[in-house]
Design a protein around this ligand. Sequence first.
Ligand SMILES: Cc1cc2nc3c(=O)[nH]c(=O)nc-3n(C[C@H](O)[C@H](O)[C@H](O)COP(=O)(O)OP(=O)(O)OC[C@H]3O[C@@H](n4cnc5c(N)ncnc54)[C@H](O)[C@@H]3O)c2cc1C
Length: 441
Amino acid sequence: VDVLLDRLREIVGPLHVLVDADVRASYEVDWTGRFAGSTPAVVRPGTTSELAAVVVACAESRRAIVPQGGNTGLVGGSVPLHGEIVVSTRRLDRLGDVDVVAGEVTAGAGVTLDRLQDHARRAGLAFGVDLAARQSATVGGMVATNAGGLNFVRHGGMRQQLVGIEAVMADGSVVSRLERPPKDNTGYDLAQLLCGSEGTLGVVTAARVQLVPSPESTVTALAAVPDLTAAVTAINRLRDRGVPVQAAEGFFDEGMALVCGHLGLTRPLAPSPAYLLVEWEGVADAFALTGLDDAVLAVDDHRRAELWRFREAHTESVNTLGIPHKLDVAVTPSKLDELVRQVRATVAGMAPDAVLVLFGHVADGNVHVNVVGPDPDDDRLDDAIVAVVLAMGGSISAEHGIGTAKRAWLGLARSSAELNVYRRVKRALDPDGILNPHVLL
Ligand SMILES: Cc1cc2nc3c(=O)[nH]c(=O)nc-3n(C[C@H](O)[C@H](O)[C@H](O)COP(=O)(O)OP(=O)(O)OC[C@H]3O[C@@H](n4cnc5c(N)ncnc54)[C@H](O)[C@@H]3O)c2cc1C
């Protein structure tokens, strides 16, 4: 290791090879605290060519790498669980000029989502993906996980925003196709191949992304609903009338009580079994279409942010209860209430003392399942919930990826023919297993 560390110091400079235990610590444990490992060093290259040289040096020493951006991924994919070298992309934080005609911009892998959003806003545009971890999540991590987020209902996820990519492959070669014309059918689309590959096929160093028009006015409504079917019906009613719905989040009263308790907030509505937070571009009048009567509406940014707190603070509030078991599942929206019923019954049967908090992006049929109580290493309840989702024809990972946390279940969600192709792709691009060898497969 010492020889490798000396080489890494030559490549990136001694200041950017972090070996001090205290400094390494935050890179070794993930956002949930559930996944923790250790690394001989965190390397912070400042350019693509430095990153390429780091990959070559690690490959020659047969040392595996874990690429890490904001470390907000929730599935144990960004931390060194097997003594890997952590390659942090946070210094790759250059933002190019916005091409306002094409509505595109190039961002370094280490650019945080909130910086990208600000940059787009200053050019009179917006970025189509938003998520609560915006201050830490990076462009590279969001590409690597194909992040979905709060505005998926309107703009899709990272895959839909991606125009081009620059990445370092496992042999140290750099592929770069950032700008390109809207029509270009020449060969395999490497940007799309790397999107969602969770750092197993290449390290993203920059991405060119499409921007979207900035909404002129936005309305946020928080409404009491009896169940998620009522929420989805209200969203559909708005969309059927041509109202551009930008976000549609659902959560339940246990989550509302938890958030209000944690942040010391007053309930905005009388207690209800469930809540819908819906946001659209346009005027407040459109709310008349929803058929919901108990609701609060906000149009100014400050008040809208206050309503969002009730939904966005769910993740941090759950973390105050202990180390959560987290699943990120999806079913077709008409089956959401059945999913919720079956998950509640499963938890009540197997872990009656556990705290279950459900919330998610309802328009996408996506529910985040959080259970606090069972030992963090005991996956029996997770296994049972995964079985429920699969029996309903759902997805066991709607947006966070597989990481290390869900690897055991991948074989339940993909056929052996598909898995064989995955393995052949991995072997072809990373024959020595240098890039995130314990993630996904
Ligand atoms: C409060 C909160 C809310 C969240 N909400 C959402 C949400 O709504 N939607 C959603 O999709 N996710 C959500 N997430 C999860 C997380 O923010 C996303 O997965 C995000 O894309 C991760 O970005 P990151 O930079 O933190 O990546 P990391 O956590 O650092 O890494 C994630 C994975 O990508 C790999 N990786 C990171 N950078 C690169 C790179 N440059 N090249 C190749 N591989 C790389 C890592 O090895 C790892 O496997 C949320 C997380 C939190 C904590």
